[in-house]
Write a protein that binds this ligand. Structure first.
Ligand SMILES: [Zn+2]
Length: 491
């Protein structure tokens, strides 16, 4: 009897093995380099001008993705009859003109002055120096109707200083101050870089209160040699006048592009695997030789992968349902994926796994890099998918850079959805990566399509294995997001 059972078990294993071999064969035959390459050449073309969020070219890329879904039989999600989910953003344009005068000294926008937040108008009042401008510093000071001068940060070296600015801004506003001017001594970051970060356009999710938050006049004033600090520490009582114009907050809507392939199993089809891949990039820069950030790698590779995979999955549905999501505004701070995580169309507790496809380039075509390696219960399946196509799955080579928490997958992971970012082979931050990462030279003709087609095949197989997996899909015990997962799924 025992022997009989053994024979049956072995028989089942052999059948399973054959079935897997057939899947691998199907994928190998049906995933085509020509299809993959064509998606990439379109998305990363000069005509799409870097797919910057909020531009017409970004909308053309979205339309292209939606029409690929439609032509491949990928359906729209229930309750939205298009492939689009509109993401509400605030586009904040920094002041175009500004001037600060204190007594007989005057300071100009960019040369001396940048704004952390602002609103148009003239703000005039007595200036008052308040140390770091934190709670202890402000205690006992009457700052009502005054312009508060403070040092940046809190005195501790190597701490991020902008969180303190946000804190101080709030304290000063609550105490009736009319503005906050922080003295910045350029050391770790040169002034040019500060101008770059603070000026121009910034994007935030529209949470209804974003407008108000960004309005309190709060500036950094360059204090190269500490002379201003010595001046303000001693002086006091002068009249300060801050004039701001050209500041603008625009409410805009940009699309995430979503489609789905329904599962075949009567029970498991209520569980969804979420494929995410951002399609926006950096737009156009000001290098006269080559100004377009084509974003062939970041993230043409991922979107072409998702579209090619989607075409296959539509023909070979899995037991579980699959959502394909082209995320917008990733380069603005993962905004599209964060919006979806806050406004999911399929409830997140039915979304059992997230496979993200994004990358900053590759430098090893014998490997696939899994950011989040070993952190979910289906890690063996991920490894199996890579090995089936003759490559090696490797872990994040630069854990100190915290890549897991800097890509769209974190928007879902932080809500509890287990997942990984499944990218092409990346072994270190070397010259090959730096040459293309966020550079105008990241163009479609510089890619290895043989390899990227293999990457897409492995990805499709990973999705197939997870979509048909009978076991439970969880974070591994002790993971940073395990608790969030338990809260989400109620385990
Ligand atoms: Zn990216």
């Amino acid at each position: 009897m025992k022997q009989f059972i053994l024979v049956i078990l072995l028989g089942l294993l052999v059948i399973q093995g054959f079935a897997q071999k057939k899947v691998i064969k199907d994928i190998d035959r049906e995933i085509k380099l020509t299809t993959y390459r064509s998606h990439l050449y379109f998305l990363a073309s000069d005509e799409l001008r870097g797919r910057n969020t909020g531009t017409i070219e970004n909308e053309i890329a979205a339309r292209y993705i939606a029409e690929q879904y439609r032509s491949n039989g990928i359906k729209s999600l229930p309750e939205i009859d298009t492939y689009y989910q509109q993401v509400s953003l605030i586009k904040e344009v920094s002041p175009q003109q500004a001037k600060l005068t204190i007594g007989d000294q005057s300071f100009e926008l960019d040369d001396d002055l940048v704004f952390f937040s602002s609103t148009n108008g003239t703000f005039e009042g007595e200036v008052i120096y308040a140390g770091y401008g934190l709670e202890d510093d402000l205690e006992g000071l009457d700052i009502e109707g005054k312009l508060v001068i403070a040092k940046t940060g809190n005195g501790e070296a190597n701490k991020r200083i902008t969180p303190f600015t946000i804190q101080k801004q709030k304290l000063v506003a609550e105490a009736g101050g009319i503005g906050l001017i922080e003295l910045y001594k350029p050391n770790r970051f040169p002034w040019k870089m500060i101008i770059y970060y603070f000026s121009g356009e910034k994007y935030k999710l529209d949470k209804g209160n974003a407008k108000k938050q960004n309005e309190f006049p709060s500036a950094w004033l360059k204090d190269e040699d500490g002379a201003l600090l010595s001046f303000f520490e001693q002086a006091g009582g002068q009249v300060g006048r801050l004039e701001i114009s050209g500041k603008n907050n625009l409410e805009i809507k940009v699309p995430n592009v979503l489609g789905m392939v329904e599962g075949t199993d009567p029970n498991l089809k209520n569980e969804y695997i979420l494929i995410s891949s951002h399609f926006d990039h950096l737009g156009v820069g000001n290098d006269p030789d080559d100004s377009i950030f084509n974003g062939a790698r970041d993230n043409g590779i991922g979107v072409a992968n998702m579209l090619t995979t989607g075409e296959y999955i539509a023909k070979h549905p899995l037991k579980r349902s699959v959502i394909f999501m082209a995320c917008n505004a990733e380069e603005k701070g993962l905004l599209g994926s964060r919006w979806y995580a806050d406004h999911p169309i399929i409830p997140l507790n039915q979304t059992v796994y997230n496979l993200n496809t994004d990358n900053g380039g590759y430098n090893d075509t014998e490997k696939i890099t899994i950011i989040g390696y070993g952190r979910t219960s289906v890690n063996d399946l991920l490894v199996q998918s890579v090995e089936a196509f003759g490559m090696e799955a490797i872990d994040d080579p630069v854990p100190d850079q915290n890549l897991f928490d800097r890509s769209d997958n974190v928007s879902f992971a932080s809500k509890g959805v287990p997942g990984v970012s499944y990218g092409p082979g990346f072994t270190s931050m070397d010259e090959e990566i730096r040459k293309y990462y966020h550079q105008p030279g990241d163009e479609p003709h510089t890619l290895d399509y043989e390899y990227l087609t293999k990457y897409t095949k492995a990805f499709t197989y990973a999705l197939t294995l997870i979509g048909n997996y009978d076991g439970s899909i969880t974070w591994v015990a002790g993971d940073k997001y395990e608790e969030a997962g338990k809260n989400l799924y109620g385990e």
